[in-house]
Design a protein around this ligand. Sequence first.
Ligand SMILES: Nc1ncnc2c1ncn2[C@@H]1O[C@H](COP(=O)(O)OP(=O)(O)OP(=O)(O)O)[C@@H](O)[C@H]1O
Ligand SMILES: [Mg+2]
Length: 232
Amino acid sequence: MDPREIVGKALEEGRRKLLEHEALEIVKAYGAPIAEAKLAKDPEEAVKIADEIGYPVVLKIVSPDISHKSDVGGVIVGLKNHSQVLEAAKKIFENVRRNAPKARITGLLVQKMAPPGLEVIVGGLRDNVFGPVVMFGLGGIFVEVLKDVSFRIAPITEEDAYEMMKEIKSAKLLEGYRGQPPVDKKSLAKIIIAVAKLLEENEEVESIDLNPIIAYPDSAVVVDARVILRLK
Ligand SMILES: Nc1ncnc2c1ncn2[C@@H]1O[C@H](COP(=O)(O)OP(=O)(O)OP(=O)(O)O)[C@@H](O)[C@H]1O
Ligand SMILES: [Mg+2]
């Protein structure tokens, strides 16, 4: 589906938050590589989809009412076969029913599990004064505790994107550490530029959060995307 159609449909339905698969699809349309994923309605369908995608997979709750899926027991990673997927799917529905009893449930996202790498985040928001602004940082404690991030106002060139990656205090980690090779900055620059463009071209998008993107020496992949719309 075209980004305009995805946004239009959500607004028509009165939803301010895109569902995760919709958010991933929009990000992909702007040139960011995403982990392969499909929506399942029930545990049986989740198994079927996992077979298609190939193991290992990750299961995630999809709901218009839940934005921090892990907080409600809505994410299980590292599922290696049929029975693990079936069990995890049931467990997620159980967790969500208990921890977020009022949440409407759309289904389960079955997503290809990305191998371990360096987790980074790219975010974007529409500032009242500056317009679209994009943020880059490392994942986990780097952003949550250390607030080690860099910002740029859109439009963003490839050079800007490289500067953003250089500016964070923990930039050295991108260069490789403890014998690790450096991560693929070209792929990350592409994702930073995609987020800027997405905000510039879609007035209805208020904010976007790619958390995390997993980076490798020769690629990077977005595994979680949150897009919030503004109702005009
Ligand atoms: N496809 C995947 N491959 C590998 N690891 C993944 C994948 N999806 C999620 N993870 C891991 O699980 C964590 C939680 O997943 P996700 O980000 O989708 O949920 P979340 O509820 O948004 O979590 P948070 O609020 O902490 O960002 C991620 O930060 C990442 O470490
Ligand atoms: Mg996340």
